[in-house]
Design a protein around this ligand. Structure first.
Ligand code: NAP
Ligand code: HSE
Length: 430
């Protein structure tokens, strides 16, 4: 550390999360120094607009628009990247490591797509890169997986790891809002970003799953390795029927080790109301893990927001401080290069929910049942309701079925003249 026990921080970005970090240092600096022996000092802060008002006031000379004055300042011990996005964050982190800085980041987009390259660079430079805040905001996940659960063979991981979509689905379920109304409410409360497409289309959850599953299954993954589907197709009608059948709908990130390989995916699914994940409401996140030694464990808490996320960032800075106190870092452990066998969705087995519209005339129901029966898809639950103009709405839930066979049965259904195209289809969590 530069002088005594002071850790000098160079912050890249001081928006929502960076402001939270500054707040914690201002409010709890003494407490942290007492607990850890490290006094945290915000030495330099890179922003786009130094004149912008900030939640915490820092001396004006702290701000800069020149990244080199942060990452190349020899007095700075740790560079904390809270800008977001791929560039310039990737280049700035790489340069900071080469300049001998330890790095802390909350950037899931970057760590999911370039994490391995950055961890390898950190190792070559004998420096650390910590990224606890990149998944699950304030919930401790990465360190517990890397350390506390390391003796376990992880068998299954199911997460609700996007706060925005969980907030929207919760409002649709509890307050009977439609999708747009719930999205507007999420925006009003500051959960949804100005451009929420990464959240709504499932990409944000896919980045987080890439990071978590890479650690849990000790392998090298890419967000494009698995199918990702967001929540834009979830309607109020689907939420109503899910409730009637004893389920809610959640955006799940799922990773499961099977004898034939690793099955991964992000998709909205019906979750039984009695399942612990069904009780995860609003912007909260939860990750349900099954390990061979620990059995089932669930991590729950706020997955976003200034202070919860900054809590994890500050913990990472303290981790850097501890490594400095104890004689410097040995270099970040590399991510595994192991390329797992990834199972295609068609090879997987699941229960499925289907909602479709049919012309209400004799024989339609029989033809529908036959289309599923011919592919040996067994039906567990069926609801039929009358709609206007001679149209009936039919909702059914299958028993466990191989997805390829299920898709073949849907193709048969689509060929029935009385059935309207584009049914709603979701997986059902067992
Ligand atoms: P934000 O509010 O948009 O703040 C970004 C900050 O970076 C701003 O201070 C901005 O400067 C600065 N910045 C951006 N691009 C810059 C550039 N090219 N040059 C100089 N400064 C630049 O973002 P955030 O919500 O705090 O998120 C930061 C990171 O944390 C992201 O990777 C995000 O995914 C991750 N994260 C966020 C949350 C959350 O709840 N928000 C939770 C978990 C993880 P100005 O202030 O001057 O515009
Ligand atoms: N947009 C993210 C979410 C922020 O809604 O979960 C936290 O990563």
């Amino acid at each position: 550390m530069s002088s005594g026990e002071t850790v000098k921080i160079g912050l890249l970005g001081m928006g929502t999360v960076g402001g939270g970090v500054a707040q914690i240092i201002e409010d709890s600096g003494e407490l942290l120094a007492g607990k850890t022996g490290a006094r945290l000092l915000l030495e330099r802060v890179l922003v786009r607009d130094p004149a912008r008002g900030r939640t915490v006031e820092l001396p004006p000379q702290t701000y800069t628009t020149d990244p080199d004055t942060v990452i190349k300042d020899p007095s700075i011990d740790v560079v904390v990247e809270l800008m977001g996005g791929i560039e310039p964050a990737r280049t700035l982190i790489s340069t900071a490591l080469q300049e001998g800085k330890h790095v802390v980041t909350a950037n899931k987009d970057l760590m999911a797509q370039h994490g391995r390259e950055l961890l390898q660079l950190a190792r070559r430079c004998g420096r650390n890169i910590f990224y606890e805040a990149s998944v699950g905001g304030g919930i401790p996940l990465i360190r517990p997986l890397k350390r506390c659960l390391v003796a376990n063979r992880i068998e299954r991981m199911i997460g609700i790891i996007n706060g925005t979509t969980n907030y929207i689905l919760t409002r649709m379920f509890l307050d009977d809002m439609d999708f747009q109304e719930a999205l507007d409410k999420a925006r009003e409360l500051g959960f949804a970003e100005a451009d929420p497409s990464s959240d709504l289309e499932g990409r944000d959850a896919a980045y987080k799953l890439t990071i978590l599953a890479g650690i849990a299954f000790n392998c090298s993954l890419n967000p494009d390795d698995f199918p990702t589907r967001g929540i834009t197709g979830v309607t109020r009608a689907d939420i109503h029927y899910a409730r009637e059948l004893g389920y809610t709908i959640k955006l799940l990130a799922v990773a499961e080790e099977k004898p034939e390989g690793l099955a991964l995916g992000v998709y909205p699914a019906l979750v039984p109301l009695a399942h612990p994940l069904a009780t995860v409401q609003d912007e909260f996140n939860a990750i349900f893990i099954k390990g061979d030694l620990i059995g089932e464990a669930m991590f729950y808490g706020r997955g976003a927001g200034a202070l919860p996320t900054a809590s994890a960032v500050v913990a990472d800075i303290i981790e850097v401080a501890r490594s400095l106190q104890h004689g410097g870092a040995e270099g970040a452990p590399p991510n595994s290069n192991r390329k797992p066998t990834l199972l295609p969705p068609a090879a997987l087995t699941s229960r499925f929910y289907v909602r479709l519209l049919a012309r209400d005339r004799p024989g339609v129901f029989g033809a529908l049942a036959a289309a599923f029966g011919e592919e040996e898809v067994s039906l567990d639950m069926i609801i039929q309701k009358r709609r206007q103009n001679g149209i009936a709405e039919i909702v059914l839930v299958t028993h466990d079925v191989n997805e390829e066979r299920f898709n073949r049965s849907l193709q048969r259904v689509a060929r029935l003249p009385a059935i309207e195209p584009d049914p709603s289809v979701f997986r059902v969590l067992a």
